[in-house]
Structures are given as structure tokens and as C-alpha cells.
Design a protein around this ligand. Structure first.
Ligand code: NAD
Length: 426
């Protein structure tokens, strides 16, 4: 079997610019507003020392890019990964602006991260790296200004450390008013019920809506998932309750298949015991990446990293729908191939917006000292994401364009109106 060529390191910020230009040209976005939205507002790079368990000092590099805040405080996750770089963070921050505008939540877009491989560090080292990064960011984040959340390799525990460090830097009287400096916190530390599963829940709500519209019986359907972390595992476990069958999965440790079906809860329990990894799962067979991508199924849920569906891999897919749990999993060439092959895409800025939406709910609950029941969180999430779904769908129909371009146009139109109303200072 022909091997997939090793992945070229593509710059995802170029992908964002291509998607942005396609949408802004089609909608004839005001040229001046285009200049503003094409630029990130603030880019913070910090280098900071951390003492390791062996008493040596290591220097880390972290980023926070604040793309736009015309709709509200900057909002976006923090990623811990060896591939983090300024262009990646710029791209992810830009997508957050678009995502929050489509979801109609009063936030702008930001993203951040530290360039390192957290699996090589002890829990104590991770805590010190996180706290020192928070200290280095200082007042560039804040509950009414820029609110981080979890992303790849970050967790509710990491958000709790950020909160705790941030409040130590505040005067005592301010501290109680800072709970909403991060979202995605553990529930006991001020998090919201339903936030941990929110991105996966949102992905499933959009898939259900798509299935309903296309008279597609999810109970008889199959799906494959790439990435079995927060988004991939939650999406898979929630798809189980729709009656859909998981037949193959892939993560950083490898890929597995079982045509008779893999129980996502059982796989999750297995992965929990193996540092979150799925390789070696005894009730499935190991397969290589290409066999995984060629697996015949109804739905493919990419929920790992960006640039996974490209000119090399899009021709291999044997599915009807791609529901983008990850940010930026499809590059512009991959998009064109999927379109030609009649594979529908629910784009990331819509499909995975459940995390941002429930982060907004968490932020609101903290500000109001409220605590919502899970049913309330879920039903409000469903309402918001389905409203966004139809805005995107209707715009795509109106302009006879793909859903990704339509999603951008929904967001850019909203941002354009606000800039026109407010004008440019001075
Ligand atoms: P995570 O760290 O919990 O999980 C990442 C998963 O991807 C892991 O299972 C890992 O093994 C897998 N992975 C990493 N490299 C891979 C590779 N080369 N091939 C196959 N699998 C690989 O991260 P997450 O929070 O689940 O985020 C996953 C994606 O979803 C990212 O694109 C992230 O930006 C996006 N996202 C996350 C949230 C959220 O709330 N966490 C919200 C919106 C979008």
C-alpha cells in the first residue's frame, strides 16, 4: 500500500488568511474593516525560567495572541505542545474571533500556549510551568479583559492553577471578583456543569441536526474519530447515545479498528489507565494511519490537530460527512477535494463552538454567583449552537457557497456592523 508522504509542516495562519480572503471577497467586506480584521491586535511572547525537579533551570517560551475584542473580552484556549509557534497561535486566535461572532456570544478572539511537550514533565513541574507562565502574562489576561480556557494538553486542573496564581497577584479585596479569569475550571473550583463535555456535546448537536435535515438515520450509522482527548472522547461517548457505532479511532499513539464496533466508554476507561492513549486496546486491531483514513464510515470526526485533511489525505476518506471537532483540521486544498467528492463539512468555527459557548455560560455564572443545573446548560448550549447552525446553512444557500465561507461571512458581517457603528478612534 502507498504510504502517505510525511506531512509537510504547513503554516495554518496562511490557511486562515485564504479562508478569510475568500469570504471577505465574496461578501465585499469594507476594505478598511478588512485591514483591521486581517491583523491581530496584540501579540505577547514571554520567556520564563522554571526550576525542574532535578534542580536545574529550564527556559520556556509562551504566547498569548489577542486577535480582536470589538465584541467583548478576548477569549480562547491555552495549548501546551511542542509545535506551538506564533503563527499557529495567530491562526487559532483569529478562529476564536470568528467562532464567538457566529455563536453570538459577547467575546472576541485570543489563543495562547507554551512550546513544550508536557508529557515529558512531572505533575509538579507542570504546575510550576503553568504558574510561572501566568505570572509572566500578568495583567495581559483578566476576567473582564482576556479569559483563557483549556485546549490541547491543558485541563481543568491547569485552569485551577492559573486561577490560583492570578488571584495571588491581585489585592485581597479584588480576589473574590476574579473567579472568571479562566473558564473550563473544575466544577468545585467555580467551573460549570457540562463545560468538560461541551465541545463534544456541541459537535454531537450539530451532527444530529445535519442527520435530521438529511433524513439520515444515526442509529444505523458508523463513525471514525481522530484524537481521543477531551473533544474526541466526549464526542464519541455522546455519539453512543445517538446509536451510532464507532468503528475506528486514532490518536498520537496509533490507530485501531473493529468493524463490529468499539464501545467508546470502554475505550475511554482503557485510555484512562494508559496516560490517555488508545494503542494496545485489546478489543480492536491495530492499523496504520492510511488504513484508518480509508475506513468506510458515514462520519469522520477529526478531533486532534490541524492540517489533517489535505491534498494527500482528502482523497482517501470514505465518508459522507466531516464534523470538525478540531480547529483547522482541513486545509484549503483538502476542502476543495472534499467538495468535489460531495463530502459535506460542518466547519470547525461552527461545529466545535460548544466549548466557547459553555465557557461563556461559566463566565456568566461566576459573575452572577450562580450555579446552573446541567439540563439548563445543555439546553442553552443546544439553542445557541443550532441557531448558529441555521445562520450558517442559510447563508451558504443564499450565496451558493460552502459552509466554511458562509460561516466566515456570518461572523464578518456582524463584526463589520459593529465597526461601522462605533467608528475608528480618534
Ligand atoms: P486533548 O489534548 O485533550 O486531545 C488531543 C488528542 O489528539 C489526543 O488524543 C492526542 O493523542 C491526539 N493527537 C495528537 N497528535 C495527533 C496526531 N498526530 N495524530 C492523531 N492524533 C493526535 O485536546 P482537545 O482539547 O481534545 O483538543 C483537540 C482539538 O479540538 C484541537 O484542535 C483543539 O484546538 C480543538 N478544540 C478544543 C476545545 C476544548 O474545549 N478542549 C474546544 C474547541 C476546539
Amino acid at each position: 500500500m502507498k504510504k502517505i508522504p510525511p506531512q509537510k509542516r504547513k503554516n495554518i495562519y496562511e490557511n486562515v488568511n485564504k479562508q478569510f480572503n475568500k469570504a471577505s471577497d465574496l461578501m465585499k467586506l469594507d476594505a478598511n474593516i478588512k485591514k483591521i480584521l486581517n491583523t491581530t491586535l496584540n501579540e505577547i511572547t514571554v520567556h520564563f525560567p522554571v526550576r525542574m525537579d532535578n534542580d536545574q533551570i529550564e527556559i520556556f517560551t509562551g504566547y498569548r495572541v489577542q486577535h480582536n475584542n470589538v465584541l467583548g473580552p478576548f477569549k480562547g484556549g491555552l495549548r501546551y505542545h511542542q509545535s506551538v509557534n506564533i503563527d499557529e497561535v495567530r491562526a487559532l486566535a483569529s478562529w476564536m474571533t470568528i467562532k464567538c461572532a457566529i455563536a453570538d456570544i459577547p467575546f472576541g478572539g485570543a489563543k495562547g500556549g507554551i512550546k513544550f511537550n508536557p508529557s515529558k514533565y512531572s505533575k509538579n513541574e507542570l504546575e510550576r510551568v503553568t504558574r510561572r507562565f501566568t505570572f509572566a502574562l500578568g495583567s495581559t489576561i483578566g476576567p473582564e479583559y482576556d479569559i483563557p480556557a483549556p485546549d490541547v494538553n491543558t485541563s481543568p486542573q491547569i485552569m485551577a492553577w492559573i486561577l490560583d496564581t492570578y488571584i495571588q497577584m491581585m489585592p485581597p479585596l479584588e480576589r473574590k471578583r476574579c473567579l472568571h479569569v479562566v473558564t473550563g475550571k473544575p466544577v468545585e473550583a467555580g467551573g460549570s456543569l457540562g463545560r468538560n463535555k461541551a465541545t463534544g456535546q456541541g459537535v454531537v448537536f450539530t451532527i444530529e441536526e445535519w442527520a435530521k435535515e438529511n433524513k439520515f438515520d444515526l442509529k444505523k450509522s458508523t463513525y471514525i474519530v481522530q484524537g481521543f482527548g477531551n473533544v474526541g472522547s466526549w464526542t464519541s461517548r455522546l455519539m453512543k447515545s445517538c446509536g451510532s457505532k464507532l468503528t475506528a479511532a486514532e490518536d498520537v499513539s496509533g490507530a485501531i479498528t473493529n468493524p463490529k464496533g468499539i464501545d467508546p466508554d470502554d475505550l475511554f476507561a482503557y485510555a484512562q489507565k494508559k496516560n490517555g492513549l488508545i494503542a494496545g486496546y485489546p478489543k480492536a486491531d491495530a492499523i496504520d494511519k492510511e488504513v484508518f483514513l480509508r475506513t468506510k464510515a458515514d462520519i469522520f470526526i477529526p478531533a486532534a490537530l490541524e492540517n489533517q485533511i489535505t491534498s494527500e489525505t482528502a482523497p482517501l476518506l470514505n465518508v459522507k460527512l466531516v464534523a470538525e471537532g478540531a480547529n483547522g483540521p482541513t486545509d484549503p486544498e483538502g476542502d476543495m477535494i472534499l467538495k468535489k467528492r460531495g463530502i459535506h463539512v460542518i466547519p470547525d468555527v461552527l461545529c466545535n463552538s460548544g466549548g466557547a459557548i459553555v465557557s461563556y455560560f461559566e463566565w456568566l455564572q461566576n459573575k452572577r454567583s450562580e450555579f446552573w443545573e446541567l439540563e439548563e446548560v445543555d439546553s442553552k448550549l443546544r439553542k445557541k449552537i443550532i441557531t448558529a447552525y441555521y445562520k450558517v446553512k442559510n447563508k451558504a444557500k443564499e450565496l451558493k457557497t460552502d459552509w466554511r465561507t458562509a460561516a466566515y461571512i456570518v461572523a464578518l458581517s456582524r463584526l463589520e456592523i459593529v465597526y461601522k457603528d462605533r467608528g475608528i478612534f480618534p
